[in-house]
Write a protein that binds this ligand. Sequence first.
Ligand SMILES: [Zn+2]
Length: 117
Amino acid sequence: MHEFSIASAVVATAVKHADGRRVTVVSLRLGALRQVVPDALAFAFEICARETLCEGARLEWEELPARVRCAPCDRVSTLARLPLRCPACGGGDVAVVGGEELEVESIEVEEGAACTV
Ligand SMILES: [Zn+2]
């Protein structure tokens, strides 16, 4: 399942940046074109986070819309839905310039956790 491979990569990234501290929140930037099912991702994250520093962390994401640049009219448009077409001229000769993001934007760690060792 698509969401599990994303979730395990997210957990790995968060754990690396947590540097031994407990993670409380993981924030993602998620492009609409990734076609991730949010509930499935949240579920996969919970499973993948077990027995890691991310266990029990909350997953948050900002969904970024699909954006295309139209070659004939050189206009960048935000698309509410597929297919990928230029809303201005209706042409299909477009390049995707946004919506494929999939990255950990930030993590929050438990305050003071690093001091208790
Ligand atoms: Zn156009």
